[in-house]
Design a protein. Structure first.
Length: 83
């Protein structure tokens, strides 16, 4: 039995809602490559400037959490954790 290869079309599109993605840049990971990838799907990327931006986001990308301990420390330092 032969099956067709999976579609190469992106699964996410900018057509729904605002077409904006909020990116949390907390100093870890290669955010520029994430921005480029998301933009290539047709989304506008906005960098979160405050915790309120995160709460208001319809779509949020939290990149580079391979080392969660250092990630949490950086988030606390930047004020993204509740007291």
């Amino acid at each position: 039995m032969e099956t067709e290869p999976p579609s190469k079309k992106p699964r996410a599109t900018a057509e729904s809602s605002t077409g904006e993605v909020v990116l949390l840049d907390y100093g870890a990971g290669n955010v520029q490559s994430v921005i480029n990838a998301v933009a290539s799907l047709g989304f506008t990327v906005r960098i979160a400037q405050s915790p309120a931006d995160i709460l208001a986001a319809d779509r949020l990308i939290f990149p580079g959490v391979g080392s969660f301990g250092s990630c949490v420390a950086m988030l606390k330092e930047k004020g993204y954790f509740e007291p």
